[in-house]
Design a protein around this ligand. Sequence first.
Ligand SMILES: Cc1cc2nc3c(=O)[nH]c(=O)nc-3n(C[C@H](O)[C@H](O)[C@H](O)COP(=O)(O)OP(=O)(O)OC[C@H]3O[C@@H](n4cnc5c(N)ncnc54)[C@H](O)[C@@H]3O)c2cc1C
Length: 532
Amino acid sequence: MTAVPPVVYYFFAVMKGLPAETDFVVIGPSVAGLRAAIELAAAGSVLVLAKKDLPSFKTQDPKSEAAWLSDEDEVSLHLQDTLDAGDGLCNVAAVKMLLEEAPERIDELIAWGKHHGTKLTFGLENPHSKASVLHAEGQSAGREILRGVWEKAQSLKQITIAPFTFVTGLVTEDGRVRAVSVLDQNGVPHEIACSAVLLATGGFGQIYRNTTNPDWATADGVAIAVRAGAEVGDMEFVQFHPTALYMKKVPRFLLSEKLRAEGAYLRNFELDRFMAKYHPLAERAPQNLVVRAIVHEMEVSRAKDPFVYLDLTDMKASVVQKHFPRIYSAFMAHNIDITEDVIPVRPAAHYCVGGVRTDLDGKTSVAGLFAAGEVAATGVHGGNRLPSNAVLEGLVFGARAGRAMREIEKGAPKTAAEPQAAYSNGPVDAGVEELIGQIQDLMWNEVGIVRTRTGMQKAIKTLEDMAPKLAQPKTRRRHEAANLHLAALLVAKSALAREESRGSHYRMDNPDHDDKKFLKHSIVKNGIVRFA
Ligand SMILES: Cc1cc2nc3c(=O)[nH]c(=O)nc-3n(C[C@H](O)[C@H](O)[C@H](O)COP(=O)(O)OP(=O)(O)OC[C@H]3O[C@@H](n4cnc5c(N)ncnc54)[C@H](O)[C@@H]3O)c2cc1C
């Protein structure tokens, strides 16, 4: 047996106070953000801003491990599957770049991780389809990747991290980014001057009532970029996962789609199987179709709080335990034996395909502003994402953005504004949760899985009427509410403009493709949607 070296935990140079200036700002200590920071460290000082606490890799507790359970629990590369999922809209150059550069990014991560016992291994699994799959000794590969970039970034003294620092906006001069505006952990506003900024803020799934996304996914990156004048694109494409757990007081973790492939059934409120009514492949039907079938069954049940069941009880317990050990033990940690009980599930918003438009080096349409990871729209996912390659996207395009940012000419530093009086960061922020709840319900009901012209028009009108209540935010939560509101409007307007169904965007009034008009990406600038 090979001896596994002990895991060593370091701590970054964590900020005591915020600097007035730095060479580069990275917003988000994520896979994309940290991978970019590693590149940037060779060219100057890098300040990574994190609105939350820093990630911890210390625990093996199955309950907290459940947060890392993923749809396919997989990080892998599949050219044809990526193009098929994208439904005609993938930027083929971006997909090829992802596939060509990912092995190098992973090999380097494995090499960096040698001294701290990385669990990552990467191999060609299917020579015919050139599919490569990353393994992490039964752990989450995504989590191991984050641990790898985290530990490498910690070892570089040019990188500093400021936790609980919330970015509210960008300061631009003559059309280029010169500084970021933040609220520090006491709610005091500051400006930090810099040469270039990377948005690595993740997605915006929190615009929906039901989502698998973490609570930080409040569209901050998209909103910050739009207010600075950047273009966003493909905002109508939001991927919904069919089977997120729906139980009170238990996290909404995902039930892998592979469970259905290996024999799990879907049952409605009356415990009847229903998928065969919708598709000859029944539970193995394409993801979008399964999601819509579940929505229909929930509607016809007329239940106040509808859901359906995922039933694994016909599968051999030994198969469930062997093939899905992390899902099995995550449920057992909540005293639920999934080999004996049916599991209540609902679809949930899962991945934001659209975002801030970038080229293949992360450059946005605003000078000095870059984006990478889920916040960016490179076109790599087309109209829908293949579940397994988002983390690799962050690694590959994060590194590319970092290298491109190094080339930015360092202008004369802008004089940072003096810190102002503190605003309240406290939990009491009258009415804001209610406003956020209204946005989430509206988007879930009118611009969710099945969309109609009248529903989307209603959503846009309601959101526009709501705008004055969200003007001039001062607290963090108010900023998040304003950001969710802006992203919701962008999604609704883009979805209304795309008068066809494609990828994850389904319209009951236009159920087919219209390649002549819409084999194009949507682009929003100054509130106007166009296709190119
Ligand atoms: C449950 C689940 C399972 C998944 N499974 C898979 C899988 O199997 N394979 C796969 O490839 N992908 C998977 N994904 C998708 C993938 O995890 C995400 O796309 C990816 O983690 C996004 O990474 P990112 O680097 O873009 O940003 P994130 O990891 O989302 O991080 C964003 C960071 O930005 C910070 N931030 C945001 N706003 C601000 C602000 N205003 N100021 C300061 N900091 C800010 C946040 O606090 C956070 O630290 C899954 C996603 C979920 C939710």
